[in-house]
Design a binder for this molecule. Structure first.
Ligand code: GRF
Length: 205
């Protein structure tokens, strides 16, 4: 276990483009203070798992259902996270709700990337394309992405950083989602992960 790098666990559910952004940053030296030690998916078929395996990163997949409920699911999550000594937990397209017990246990250690400028278009029911559909329906001219700490309130934790993206005439939810990913999420998340890992490593000192 490196004493100059913080260990990161990334929780995923889907395509894993945000995980890929972190792995690409690591590859090009943009994550000097951190290393992805584990990827966990709550959906066995998530392509994010393929991305982890391609990079030789230990990956596991288990659902709340197969674990037999929320408590057992979170116990298995905690066992895997603690097992690799992860100090930063990154929710990257992770769709399972985490309990207050779990978020308290890892208070200040869990972050999430949300594809809007919180407090707009966030909270229960706002995920994936739904976020961008709501932004277009409201007619906002600027949207973007937010990285925030995770607590028991969906998208309710302290905001860490945000990056704005213009909404263009003729945007569809799909074109807007892609632009927010390319111009905001995939830039902001690796930056925040590096900054938080550097803080963790400094704190050890
Ligand atoms: C992204 O829009 C992200 O903001 C949200 O989940 C979506 C899919 O992310 N949290 P990924 O491609 O699985 O990283």
């Amino acid at each position: 276990m490196s004493d100059t790098k913080a260990r990161i666990a990334v929780l995923v559910s889907g395509g894993g483009t945000n995980l890929q952004a972190i792995l690409d940053a690591q590859q090009r030296g943009g994550l000097p203070s951190g290393e992805v030690a584990l990827v966990i998916s709550d959906r066995p078929g998530a392509y994010a798992l393929e991305r982890a395996r391609t990079h030789g990163i230990p990956a596991a997949a288990f659902s709340k259902k197969e674990c037999g409920g929320q408590r057992a699911f979170e116990e298995r999550l905690a066992e895997a996270i603690d097992g690799v000594g992860a100090e930063l937990i990154v929710l990257a397209g992770f769709l399972s709700i985490l309990s207050e017990d779990f978020t308290r246990r890892y208070a200040g250690q869990i972050i999430n990337i949300h594809p809007s400028l919180i407090p707009s278009f966030c909270g229960a029911g706002y995920y994936g394309l739904k976020v961008h559909e709501a932004a277009l329906a409201r007619g906002v001219k600027v949207t973007g992405a937010t990285v925030h700490y995770v607590n028991e309130i969906p998208d309710g934790g302290e905001i860490i950083a945000q990056k704005a993206v213009n909404v263009l005439p003729g945007d569809t939810p799909e074109t807007l989602q892609r632009r927010v990913m390319e111009e905001a999420e995939w830039i902001l998340l690796p930056q925040c992960v590096e900054a938080l890992c550097a803080k963790i490593v400094r704190r050890r000192g």
